[in-house]
Design a protein around this ligand. Structure first.
Ligand SMILES: Cc1cc2nc3c(=O)[nH]c(=O)nc-3n(C[C@H](O)[C@H](O)[C@H](O)COP(=O)(O)O)c2cc1C
Length: 355
């Protein structure tokens, strides 16, 4: 296999989405294969015991590599978790020569983006698109895509639940610390690190950016929360959701690492398809990640009051989607029509991922 092809495949792999744009991947390229690892330095453990959320972004990177490999004339075959007892070694990707084919998602590799703008609330989505996406997910055994559309009687209830979960992000010291660490408050920092969340990609406008700068200090945020500031974040999330046409949830059969890795591939496939349809999508992962944390760790990073609140949110959320504690929660997202974001998140240079 040509080394420049391996490089090209990796370049597309790292365009994948990752929670907080942490890009938690490491690659060891070989002759006809790539060993794929999670980067332990870049995995935040909070809300994330068992690496389940990083596995999603690993799956997304694998899917990107599959699309690029098809284009270059290779077939990608993944051996997942090749070394027993090493949860960081996600897969070995083998490449075999195949017919070079046009891949329907090829154009989406570079266009895919997280769109955090308010969406066009009156512009509906053709029902055939929902069915196509559902079908795409159901191709993988045990996985399903569940919809809560705008006209559903429980849509507002769901918006409320998700608003409350986002509010919690601003009421927990550790979550606040992690958020502030991943935010890039100026262009110099963004360019220097080429990771994390560029404040401008949050699409919250000058007022929102000022607000994030204001709440950079936990002490100040705590003080402002005593007069109800965190509730504003709740309302903002609800408003974002109310401008969307639907909320989708990709669910897996279990919480096993393999389900989250394969789930990440499915997530990226869905994201590509939505991109090809010219639609906007934003993951709304606060509540699913908190639920995963509750299930995996008992929610030990939350105080008692927050844990009780979360237990209740979890119960209501799972019941709305008719899911059980056993189901893996792959991706919760909102979807609609919107203008494309002008500022895109950056990626680190490929060399920094190689071992
Ligand atoms: C597992 C996962 C969870 C995410 N959760 C959120 C979220 O809750 N809210 C959000 O706005 N973006 C979320 N994102 C989007 C990432 O922040 C985004 O992918 C990353 O910043 C890179 O930007 P891009 O998708 O535009 O390339 C999530 C992405 C992944 C893969």
């Amino acid at each position: 296999m040509k080394q420049e092809d391996i490089r090209q495949i990796l370049e597309r792999g790292i365009l994948a989405p990752s929670a907080d744009n942490l890009q938690p991947w490491k690659f060891k390229p070989g002759q006809d294969q790539i060993d794929f690892f999670l980067d332990s330095e870049r995995i935040k453990n909070f809300c994330d015991e068992g690496y389940l959320v990083p596995y999603l972004s690993a799956g997304a990177a694998i899917e990107n590599m599959r699309v690029e490999a098809t284009y270059l004339g290779y077939c990608l075959d993944a051996s997942y978790f090749p070394k027993e007892g090493d949860p960081l070694w996600v897969a070995t990707l083998h490449f075999k020569p195949a017919e070079s084919e046009h891949h329907p998602h090829y154009s989406a590799l570079k266009q895919r983006v997280t769109n955090r703008k308010f969406y066009e609330q009156w512009r509906t989505i053709d029902t055939s698109i929902y069915s196509k996406l559902e079908h795409m997910v159901s191709q993988e055994k045990g996985f399903k895509l569940l919809w809560m559309k705008k006209n559903h009687s429980s849509f507002r209830e769901l918006c409320c639940l998700l608003g409350k979960a986002d509010q919690l992000r601003f009421e927990n010291e550790r979550l606040h610390k992690e958020l502030i660490e991943t935010l890039r408050f100026n262009q110099e920092d963004t360019q220097k690190t080429k990771d994390g969340l560029d404040l401008r990609t949050l699409e919250s406008g000058a007022g929102g950016e000022l607000m994030f700068k204001l709440v950079r200090s936990w002490q100040r945020l705590k003080l402002l929360n005593s007069v109800g500031l965190s509730f504003l974040f709740n309302l903002y999330t609800q408003f974002q959701l109310l401008t969307s046409q639907a909320v989708g949830l990709i669910a897996a059969p279990t919480h096993k690492p393999l389900d989250y890795t394969v789930g990440g591939e499915i997530m990226e496939r869905v994201w590509h398809e939505i991109t090809c349809e010219g639609l906007a999508i934003q993951p709304m992962e606060a509540l699913p990640i908190f639920i995963i944390n509750l299930l995996q760790t008992g929610g030990h990073d939350f105080d008692n009051k927050q844990r009780r609140k979360l237990e209740e949110l979890k119960r209501q959320f799972l019941s709305l989607f008719e899911l059980s504690d056993q189901n893996g929660l792959i991706l919760l997202f909102r979807m609609g029509h919107a203008e494309k974001p002008k500022i895109h998140s950056l990626r680190r240079p490929l060399e920094s991922f190689l071992i």
